[in-house]
Design a protein around this ligand. Structure first.
Ligand code: ZN
Length: 128
């Protein structure tokens, strides 16, 4: 019967089971299938769609694939673009040199003007 694998944060993954394959072949042969005979995998894979009188009609695999995969491809493309954007920030660097970063760090740790006091004393160390 239907075999579902659920990955964390992923769409349900589906395989077409043997029963699903037989029922899909029946639907193609007869032109429709009773809704009660549809397997979960056929519905999940969109290989059947509602027809008239409560019957389900077969959908061509290429059409079903397009319908199912289009939103996943769009979502995947957005993630690829987000990754590239973030990588671009790291690749460009934070935009400050090591010396500048050190001065900013000291100033942030001593906003009272420690750097100015260092200049005033002419010494290399911090003013007590
Ligand atoms: Zn199945």
């Amino acid at each position: 019967m239907c075999n579902f694998t659920v990955e964390p944060d992923e769409r349900t993954m589906v395989e077409l089971c043997d029963t699903g394959r037989r029922r899909y072949a029946e639907a193609i042969e007869r032109g429709s299938l009773d809704a009660g005979l549809a397997t979960d995998c056929l519905l999940e894979l969109r290989l059947l769609e509602p027809g008239s009188d409560g019957q389900l009609v077969p959908v061509a695999p290429a059409t079903a694939a397009t319908l199912l995969l289009a939103p996943l491809r769009r979502s995947s493309q957005r993630q690829i673009e987000a990754i590239a954007s973030i990588e671009g920030v790291y690749a460009a660097g934070p935009g400050v040199s090591r010396g500048e970063a050190g001065r900013q760090r000291r100033h942030a740790a001593d906003p009272g003007g420690g750097e100015h006091q260092l200049r005033a004393t002419g010494r290399g160390g911090r003013v007590p």
